[in-house]
Design a binder for this molecule. Structure first.
Ligand code: SAM
Length: 269
């Protein structure tokens, strides 16, 4: 309660102050408060959003007329660079479990474009929404079968345990068109990672859970890793074909990498 109340107070104050600061020209309307950014991962909001956007267009094959789904969209880090990219023939849909992030996205992003949509889902996650009433394994994405051309999850499966990840993979496969692509980041364990010097790894996944690993025993969802072989098997079970190679990250101390996390691109044949 002591930790949550000041944060709620901060968001309420920001909702009142931000429009005034934007009117006065003292605030970037597409940059959330530091507090809000930190509540869903932190870092340089604009630089990281632009970096992911580049991965989507150069590695993922994202096109302006695509219908895109951003699962776990947080406070719009990826939606912002997509604002000027997705055309009127395409559209953006994002959902998340954190109220403050979704409310900010509705106010600052959806208000600018009729084809940008945000949904709040009251789903449990011990790290992000411990009061959530819906279990992620029971959640059905609120979209029709075969609706999307491109689906992405940036730093979301790095906060979900195996049963939840499996449920989401099945929902992702359901809402993908035939020929659609999905791109998502993971922490993947494999023989290469296990042979790297332990002291170079940024995260130590020392707690073994069922079909995954965590860095923290008390809040497992703080950071979750999977065996690469397990992820490959689960994609295949959902009819998703991984487009090789997996783009490995530097989180484990790897010297050659594409980004911080490992990036998996797949298609629904
Ligand atoms: C590290 S943040 C990343 C946010 C955003 N994808 C980005 O790149 O800025 C992880 C996000 O996953 C969301 N999340 C966690 N569990 C979720 C679930 N079951 N369904 C949807 N979103 C979830 C959190 O609320 C949080 O916004």
């Amino acid at each position: 309660m002591i930790r949550i109340f000041p944060r709620k107070l901060h968001y309420a104050a920001a909702a009142i102050l931000e429009p005034i600061q934007i009117l006065l020209g003292t605030r970037d309307p597409l940059l959330p408060s530091r507090e809000l950014i930190d509540s869903v991962g932190g870092g340089d909001y604009k630089a990281l959003g632009n970096q992911w956007f580049r991965h989507f267009t150069t590695i993922g094959g994202l096109k302006p007329d695509h219908r895109v789904l951003d699962v776990g969209c947080g406070c719009g880090r990826i939606a912002v660079p997509l604002l000027e990219y997705i055309s009127g023939n395409g559209g953006y849909w994002g959902f998340d479990i954190t109220r403050a992030g979704i409310r900010w996205c509705e106010r600052r992003i959806a208000s600018r474009r009729p084809n940008f949509h945000f949904t709040l889902a009251d789903i449990y996650n011990k790290n992000y929404h411990p009061e959530g009433r819906i279990q992620p394994v029971e959640y059905r994405f609120p979209y029709a079968d075969g609706f999307f051309d491109f689906i992405f999850l940036t730093s979301v499966f790095t906060h979900m345990q195996a049963p939840e990840m499996n449920r989401y993979l099945s929902e992702i496969a359901r809402v993908m068109k035939s020929g659609a692509r999905c791109m998502m980041s993971f922490f993947l364990m494999n023989p290469e990672v296990r042979n790297l010097p332990q002291d170079k790894a940024i995260i130590d996944f020392k707690f073994k859970l069922k079909d995954c690993y965590s860095s923290r025993e008390d809040i497992p969802e703080a950071a979750i890793a999977f065996d690469e072989g397990y992820v490959r098997d689960r994609f295949s079970a959902r009819g998703l074909r991984i487009i090789e190679p997996i783009h490995f990250g530097c989180w484990c101390g790897r010297k050659q990498f594409v980004d911080y996390q490992d990036i998996v691109l797949a298609t629904k044949p």
